[in-house]
Design a protein around this ligand. Structure first.
Ligand code: EPS
Length: 374
């Protein structure tokens, strides 16, 4: 499979081309739109989300809601383009408008300006913006539909916002049933605390990050491979999740905490029961030797606080070289709930890719048949 996205935050829209989806997969734009809406939500999002009503439009590769086996092209149009086209249009716009030179520490602004040799960070930030993830969610949800045909399910929840941490282990079913709509957390009480923290942080002109936990149920063993580094499933998942804006860390299973444990307390002992191999723990998070081992996948990702602060951090104005306060662009105070949605979609893409790489298949029917035989 191959996924490419394009589009600027205040350009005409966000676009994706997804190659390699087998023919005959039913796609449901309403389900994709529901995830796009979830991506727009979460307490602490910025005012841009009041302008947009993200919705997928298939441009190619889908006929009467079934995939054709050809590359799928899709669009999520930007309503806000109408108010930005005077400075963002592909032709005949005024690029001296809405320039950004008080570069934001932690954002792509300065590194991008130096790399692409531009004096206006607008040329960088428009693409670096997390708005790009709308296209990734739309494409990832097509991959979720494929996984669904194999009865592989992906879910997740927000485990922490700032220092408010949910230390409980929730089952897959609990997450699906009880995840709360406002922040994607599991506990009413903790979510209330997190909301009040977001309010205080907002009043202080600051931002917050958090931790997201993802789970995958129903994936059979043997996806990914120990034979080459590039095929390792954990490596591919880490790469996909780290590519999501503001993600600074990924761990699988026991992850970082295993570094402090003894070997005898770090692995999942193997037993035979009714002619089957079983494990009574899942410290490996469902991946051993870069391959799925048939257990639930357990993956966590850490999102840093968004680098656009209303109060502005110390920086330099690249137009003058003088000390300045970073530009307070409109932004989110906390987007951890949105990030949870994006990470689920990114994981769906990576898993669908690993499934098709191993099983191949021109049609969904062939993929199902081959999966069932494993
Ligand atoms: C985002 C849309 C953006 C930002 C945010 C994510 O909209 P605007 O720039 O018009 O406010 O709210 O982008 C960033 C956090 C960023 O750093 O660029 C979205 O749709 O997710």
């Amino acid at each position: 499979m191959k996924l490419t996205t394009a589009g600027e935050s205040h350009g005409k829209g966000l676009f994706a081309i997804l190659e390699g989806v087998p023919a005959g997969l039913r796609v449901d734009p309403r389900k994709i739109d529901a995830e796009l809406a979830r991506r727009q939500g979460g307490y602490g999002r910025g005012s841009r989300q009041k302008i947009e009503r993200d919705s997928v439009e298939f441009l190619a590769g889908v006929r009467d809601l079934f995939t054709l086996g050809s590359p799928i092209a899709l669009a999520v149009w930007n309503k806000d383009y109408e108010t930005w086209k005077h400075c963002m249009a592909p032709e005949g716009c005024d690029t001296s408008e809405r320039q950004l030179t008080r570069v934001r520490p932690g954002h792509a602004d300065l590194a991008g300006m130096q790399k692409f040799r531009t004096s206006d960070a607008r040329n960088i930030l428009e693409r670096a913006s997390a708005r790009e993830t709308a296209a990734r969610v739309a494409a990832g949800e097509i991959c979720r539909a494929l996984l669904g045909e194999l009865e592989v399910s992906v879910t997740g929840y927000v485990r922490s916002v700032g220092r408010i941490i949910d230390g409980v282990n929730h089952s897959f079913e609990e997450i699906v049933k009880k995840r709360r709509p406002q922040l994607g957390m599991m506990h009413e009480e903790l979510e209330r605390e997190a909301i009040s923290l977001i309010e205080k942080t907002m009043a202080a002109g600051d931002t917050l990050g958090g931790i997201i936990e993802l789970r995958v149920k129903g994936l059979k063993s043997g996806f990914g491979s120990c034979m080459t580094y590039a095929e390792k499933l954990d490596g591919r998942i880490a790469s996909a999740l780290m590519s999501v804006q503001a993600v600074k860390g990924v761990e699988v299973g026991g992850g970082f905490s295993l570094a402090a444990e003894k070997g005898s307390n770090s692995h999942d002992e193997i037993f035979a029961e009714d002619g089957k191999y079983i494990r009574r723990t899942n410290r490996a998070g469902g991946i051993e030797g870069g391959m799925s081992n048939g257990e639930e996948l357990v993956i966590r990702a850490a999102m840093k606080p968004i680098p656009t602060l209303l109060k502005g951090l110390s920086t330099v104005d690249t137009a003058t070289g003088a000390p300045a306060t970073a530009s307070p662009e409109r932004s989110d105070v906390c987007a951890v709930a949105a990030c949870e949605v994006v990470l689920e979609s990114a994981l769906c893409y990576t898993l669908a890719d690993a499934v098709l790489e191993r099983l191949g298949g021109d049609t969904v029917g062939q993929v199902i048949e081959r999966y069932e035989k494993l």
